[in-house]
Design a protein around this ligand. Sequence first.
Ligand code: AMP
Length: 216
Amino acid sequence: MRLILFGAPGVGKGTQAKLIASNLNIPHISTGDILRQAVKDKTDLGKKAQEIMNRGDLVPDDIMIGIIQQRLHKPDCSKGFILDGFPRTVKQATALDKLLSEMNIKDVNVINITADDNELVKRIGNRRACKNCGQIFVLKDIEGKSHCPNCNAEKSFYLRDDDKEEVVRNRLNVFRKNTEPVLDYYNKQNSVISIDGLGSINEVNKRVSEKLKLKN
Ligand code: AMP
């Protein structure tokens, strides 16, 4: 199965993408994770992306399209994939369409997870990432813990620079201006499945699984 997971920052795309990927045994391709890894490794890409990400702005389309082109050609994508954080502009969406048609791939589902802005700002303020493995946690789940439950790194929890409130506001503005038009683009193709993102991780995951079952 090929999926594009769409939604505003903080809506839970990454968490849901990981669950769906492990349930369906397909790779989870998060462009945010790819960029954060590049920043950590201090590669040329990382050096270019860091400041842009810290401001909450978008990395240029050509760079992102190149990353996805390379990634989708890897053998593990042959059975399917889930895209998280791409496409984020209409230019990326049209480039993806072109790439998929060159690869002879037709069946792509777009899942749009929804929540209102106040909920998003609240959720992002209440999350922490692990510096070592990048896993995101809800603050109350790691309170009093000194080691990451995922990779066991010690004292590794931090508030991502781009999760600070003023940056979150910019990310939401960028989402409305540049990324929401991507949804209209896919709505015109009738390929969008909408999911209410309110509720627990398991509740949202159940909604996603039910909708995907109905599709197949
Ligand atoms: P995310 O973890 O998906 O919220 O991504 C974190 C940051 O990486 C974003 O705020 C952007 O600066 C950058 N980024 C990730 N994916 C893209 C993309 N498809 N296009 C442009 N910038 C991106």
